[in-house]
Design a protein around this ligand. Structure first.
Ligand code: AMP
Length: 281
């Protein structure tokens, strides 16, 4: 496994391989890797000849009061896991490598990036889009793999690839979960034992909503029921529980088969925000 610490090293390693019948799969991450990340590496290895992973905690997608400086950084363990998973290249740039000192380039995404998670984290998806555009342009993979876990991010990245005419195919992998249903996340390590025991209620609530959901139903009572499930005993602070169309993230007022309704939720336990989602049909 080759470790590429600079943009120049990444281009020097990857360009000679491109256009020679080799296909490159790419998994962008912020490190603190878990089985969810590794499942995307596995997807890439199945679909492509070579797999590259990036580990980069991207400052432009964090708000001023968010956890950029205390985001978990576990490079040595990450590299060991990637080696064991059969990854070929790991790109580990510094912030100075990816952002020029006076850089003020920005990508301003359409309205869909300012709903839901975007409303809770202003500018977050603009930062995601900027770093994904940079990374895809450096790596120029045939396919890039993203997790359904960050559902709104998958919609934003697909738009980015479409509208910038990128050659990379965007592929989405299913959400990996702990045995009790909690979606795996680098941030789960922030949960104390009491919070960890409560956390699976998010997925249980999503599953219950899916079981209740029938075509023609209004969504408001379902979302209210779910909100109450999560908050009635003071366990969670709910940022949102909504049912949206998977294609454009528009809120659905009635469930119908023409749309692809997905329930999306973000709930907080203490200072830890937990995201999850589930397609309803
Ligand atoms: P992150 O390091 O959190 O930026 O995540 C890197 C990639 O891994 C993103 O495409 C995530 O959506 C994906 N990912 C994170 N958690 C999971 C999970 N539990 N299952 C599948 N993919 C995941």
């Amino acid at each position: 496994m080759q470790i590429l610490e600079t943009v120049a090293a990444a281009k020097a390693a990857l360009r000679p391989l491109q256009g020679r019948g080799q296909t490159i799969g790419f998994v962008p991450t912020m490190g603190a890797l878990h089985a969810g990340h590794l499942s995307l590496v596995e997807m890439s290895r199945e679909a492509c000849n070579l797999t590259a992973v990036s580990i980069f905690v991207n400052p432009t997608q964090f708000g001023p009061n968010e956890d950029f400086s205390k985001y978990p950084r576990t490079l040595e363990q990450d590299l060991a896991q990637l080696r064991a998973a059969g990854c070929d290249f790991v790109f580990t740039p510094t912030v100075q490598q990816l952002y020029h000192p006076q850089e003020d380039l920005a990508i301003r995404l359409p309205a869909l990036s300012r709903e839901w998670e975007g409303a809770m984290r202003p500018g977050h998806f603009d930062g995601v889009a900027l770093v994904v555009a940079k990374l895809l342009n450096i790596v120029r993979p045939d396919q890039a793999f993203f997790g359904q876990k960050d559902f709104q991010q998958t919609v934003v990245v697909r738009r980015l690839a479409r509208d910038l005419f990128l050659d990379t195919r965007i592929a989405i992998g299913p959400t990996l979960r702990e045995p009790d249903g909690l979606a795996m996340s680098s941030r789960n390590r922030y949960l104390d034992a009491w919070q960890r025991a409560l956390a699976p209620r998010i997925y249980a609530t999503l599953q219950a909503v899916k079981a209740k959901a029938k075509p023609g139903m209004p969504t408001a009572p379902l979302c209210q029921w779910a909100a109450n499930e999560l908050t009635h005993d003071g366990a969670f602070v709910l940022d949102y529980f909504e049912i949206v169309d998977a294609l454009n993230l528009e809120k659905q007022t009635t469930l119908n088969h023409e749309a692809e309704p997905v329930a999306i939720v973000t709930a907080r336990l203490g200072t830890t925000r937990l995201l999850d989602n589930l397609p309803l049909f």
